[in-house]
Write a protein that binds this ligand. Structure first.
Ligand SMILES: Nc1ncnc2c1ncn2[C@@H]1O[C@H](COP(=O)(O)OP(=O)(O)O)[C@@H](O)[C@H]1O
Ligand SMILES: [Mg+2]
Length: 181
């Protein structure tokens, strides 16, 4: 069964944080977010907003230092933050224990998730972040560079999460009338 995806324009950094915040507020134990997007697309920024939304985590403590593949942020739920940019092999990822962190009582976020997709749970929330000029998003005379996010639940549990977040998302991103649900 496949679920509809939702495209959200993120005109500035604050919007990326706001999207993360809403998903952090509405997340559930065992939530898994697969973050896909190039360098600078906003994956870590999203993660900072997410941790603020989860609660009990200082977003300033959220970072992606080079060569650190996994960090844990204890809060209302513990956020397990993978950044596999520097990963050398799938085995190296497996050794980090992703199944434990993806099925436990915390939440897992994975930057560069496309690199380890075969080792992630099937039911997960994929968030693709990409650079986009505002012109592409809406008729706006500013030439600022922004981002857009495509949210796609890959299974029923994570689709329920999006349904839970729907009202907040529509309030924060009023142009979302195209949400297909
Ligand atoms: N929606 C946005 N519009 C403009 N800049 C953004 C947006 N979201 C994030 N940024 C900026 O992009 C830069 C890179 O973000 P970062 O989260 O580190 O990317 P990644 O983790 O994907 O490499 C940061 O300076 C951040 O402030
Ligand atoms: Mg990053």
């Amino acid at each position: 069964m496949s679920f509809p995806s939702i495209t959200i324009p993120l005109e500035c950094q604050e919007k990326t944080i706001a999207l993360g915040h809403i998903l952090g507020l509405t997340t559930h134990e065992g939530g898994v977010i697969a973050l896909v997007g190039d360098l600078g697309a906003g994956k870590t920024t999203f993660t900072q907003g997410f941790c603020a939304g989860v609660g009990g985590i200082d977003p300033e403590s959220v970072s992606s230092p080079t060569f650190v593949l996994l960090q844990h942020y204890p809060g209302r739920l513990t956020v397990h933050h993978f950044d596999v940019y520097r990963l050398e092999s799938l085995e190296q990822f497996w050794d980090l224990g992703p199944s434990e962190y993806c099925q436990g009582d915390g939440v897992a976020l994975v930057e560069w998730a496309d690199r380890v997709a075969p080792l992630l749970p099937d039911d997960r929330l994929q968030i693709e972040l990409m650079h986009i000029s505002i012109e592409e998003i809406k008729d706006n005379s500013k030439f600022t560079e922004g981002r857009k996010a495509i949210l796609h639940a890959l299974g029923p549990v994570h689709n329920q999460w999006l349904i839970r977040a729907k009202d907040r998302l529509e309030k924060q991103f009023p142009g979302l009338s195209s949400m297909q649900r």
